[in-house]
Design a binder for this molecule. Structure first.
Ligand code: AMP
Length: 111
């Protein structure tokens, strides 16, 4: 999708410095971090959000979570703890309509 910011990061129209990338997803630093560690795990396939996951996306959805766990360890919050967040749709506070998993850590996040 040409007007999707994350698609444009993935297709390199918008420059970025991914902290991790494989064939299915990439991980970037959030441009407006809410915690000392704030990463976004973004599938390369354009999916609007959790609400539009379809049959066949199960493995990809699981991979987002597994890679987030690996990134938490890589960025030093695996032991201290972290929060994984999917914002879903308007009432869920989702702003970018391309599926992404927030990884937040490095400070107390309990609410
Ligand atoms: P959400 O509310 O779940 O849709 O969150 C979207 C997130 O994407 C926000 O935390 C933004 O700060 C972040 N974001 C938007 N544009 C960019 C960008 N170009 N690079 C990195 N993060 C971005």
């Amino acid at each position: 999708m040409t007007d999707c910011v994350f698609c444009n990061i993935i297709n390199k129209t918008i420059p970025s410095q991914p902290v991790f990338e494989n064939g299915n997803l990439l991980v970037i630093n959030d441009i407006n971090p809410k915690a000392p560690v704030h990463l976004l795990v973004v599938p390369k396939k354009h999916i609007n959000g959790i609400h539009t996951l379809a049959a066949g996306d199960e493995a990809l959805a699981g991979e987002l979570i597994f890679v987030a766990k690996q990134m938490a360890e890589k960025f030093g919050v695996g032991e201290s703890g972290y929060k994984l967040v999917f914002n879903v749709g308007r009432d869920g506070g989702q702003v970018v309509p391309h599926l992404h998993l927030h990884l937040l850590g490095g400070r107390q996040l309990a609410e």
